[in-house]
Design a binder for this molecule. Structure first.
Ligand SMILES: NC(=O)c1ccc[n+]([C@@H]2O[C@H](COP(=O)([O-])OP(=O)(O)OC[C@H]3O[C@@H](n4cnc5c(N)ncnc54)[C@H](OP(=O)(O)O)[C@@H]3O)[C@@H](O)[C@H]2O)c1
Length: 297
């Protein structure tokens, strides 16, 4: 029985492929990507599949039993339609089950600038649940890699700032997410359920303190206003080219932290069959990881 990962050329896609391969032989795994040559895993079949096209995804899904459908990235396109295309293609191709990688949130995100982006994922969850396919929804917590990189960058000024304030959330590494997602794909025990995949909940100040200890940094945490945060984000070239709406959405993510919307119970252990690693352990692994820029300096 073949398991495929779509949008497999990204960070999460590669990690899920690695975890799937740890539990089965390569001929059972298929990577589907817009640009299959970007998929670096060797020994597995790579197929071309674009979320924009039902036909292309349907062809890519021929003979697939289970699909890990990684959510479409935020961009200047209709993500609800992209997710619907993949679900329609899976139905056409006779796929039995989809594991969809979604995003956490306990409902309190309604008053934040993240609400719109998040509702796209909630719509995909609803579309999947009414599709007639077997399903599992893996709601992912914030990537530890991403914010750790920002904290390391802040070592130059000595201050790490965002709008998260005293709010708590559970950071998790892409590898930990992939570990749980692969198990949800390769076992049918949890079909029809939604899981929050997060690490231990902590405040921004606690995260920064931990990064100081593990990575030998000297950074302190400060809160700033929503508008100040947008201005700060727009100084980043990569965000500036994507526009102010993206800066608002990213600010909204930390409004969610601030108001407790991302303070959710972790279902990692039920999903993965082992406890989630401590945040310290995850940081230590990132520090030791090959070629990852998550290092002091
Ligand atoms: N939890 C978090 O903190 C967090 C952070 C960032 C993102 N996310 C979400 O998680 C998802 C996966 O994250 P990631 O880290 O793997 O992102 P990533 O590394 O940016 O990868 C995104 C992937 O989406 C693919 N893609 C884009 N448009 C596509 C299309 N029309 N059809 C098929 N594939 C398409 C890209 O393919 P190409 O290589 O061809 O462009 C790439 O492989 C993101 O899409 C986003 O929704 C979560």
């Amino acid at each position: 029985m073949k398991t495929a990962v779509s949008a497999a050329s990204g960070r999460l896609g590669h990690a899920v492929l690695r975890e799937l391969l740890a539990n089965t032989v390569a001929k059972n795994i298929v990577a589907i990507a817009r640009t299959p040559e970007k998929v670096l895993a060797s020994g597995i079949e790579k197929r071309s599949g674009d979320y924009n096209s039902v036909e292309s995804m349907s062809a890519a899904l021929a003979g697939i039993d289970t699909l890990v459908m990684i959510s479409a990235p935020v961009g200047n396109w209709d993500r609800i339609l992209l997710h619907r295309n993949v679900i329609a293609a899976a139905r056409q191709a006779g796929v039995r089950k989809i594991v969809f990688t979604s995003v956490i949130g306990n409902g309190q995100e309604q008053d934040t600038w993240f609400w719109g982006a998040q509702q796209v994922n909630r719509q995909a969850e609803a579309d999947l649940q009414s599709s007639g396919l077997e399903w599992v929804i893996a709601r992912n917590g914030l990537y530890l890699e991403m914010d750790l990189r920002h904290i390391i960058h802040a070592n130059t000024s000595g201050v790490y700032r965002n709008v998260g304030g005293e709010g708590e959330c559970g950071y998790i590494t892409i590898d930990e997410l992939a570990f749980a997602i692969a198990r949800l794909a390769q076992s049918d025990h949890h079909n029809g359920r939604t899981f929050n995949l997060v690490g231990p909940n902590m405040s921004q100040a606690e995260l920064v303190q931990l990064a100081n200890e593990v990575l030998g940094l000297k950074v302190r945490y400060e809160t700033l206003s929503d508008e100040e945060n947008i201005a700060l984000l727009m100084q980043d070239e990569k965000i500036a080219v994507r526009g102010k709406d993206v800066a608002r959405m990213l600010t909204g993510c930390f409004q969610c932290v601030r108001n407790g919307a991302f303070n959710v119970r972790s279902d990692f252990e039920v999903a993965a069959g082992r406890p989630v690693k401590s945040t310290r352990k995850m940081m230590e692994e990132l520090r030791a990881g090959p070629g990852d820029p998550v290092r002091p300096g």
